[in-house]
Design a protein around this ligand. Sequence first.
Ligand SMILES: Nc1ncnc2c1ncn2[C@@H]1O[C@H](COP(=O)(O)OP(=O)(O)OP(=O)(O)O)[C@@H](O)[C@H]1O
Ligand SMILES: [Mg+2]
Length: 143
Amino acid sequence: MGRIEKIISSNLDETQKLAYNFSKNLKAGSVVVFFAPLGAGKTTFIKNIVQNFSKKNIEVTSPTFVYMNIYDTETPIYHFDLYRIKNSSDFINFGFDEYFSNNGICLIEWAENILDILPKNSIKININHLGKNKREFIFEYAS
Ligand SMILES: Nc1ncnc2c1ncn2[C@@H]1O[C@H](COP(=O)(O)OP(=O)(O)OP(=O)(O)O)[C@@H](O)[C@H]1O
Ligand SMILES: [Mg+2]
């Protein structure tokens, strides 16, 4: 296991600040994978990351049915939602694994569906739902 950081967010503003600080770790080639139940805050956190990479307002919605959105950010961001993908073979057949070694940042919701092919240096984020507006974010950085 790599370095672990646990941080509690008590509201959306704190999540925004957390995403801002976290964004400083990211650069082209970074892969961030989210493990968290429905409604935990994956897309909300991703929205805040995307905003940190753009001066203009970018609409961020979960690509549940198309699997991936590409955002026109300063460093391109590939936002995956793999809730409806069955396994890593489907992911590879769609050619999505090519985005891992691309010029952009990959942010992946429901990464549990492609566990066997996640890059070793992926940053893992778990989110626990503690209350109406309270969330625990657990960051695990590859060692
Ligand atoms: N502190 C907080 N941090 C993040 N989200 C919060 C917080 N407090 C409340 N929320 C709310 O929780 C909800 C999180 O929904 P979001 O779509 O981000 O979840 P998700 O994990 O992407 O779900 P899904 O699995 O359906 O894609 C939003 O309505 C958001 O406003
Ligand atoms: Mg989502």
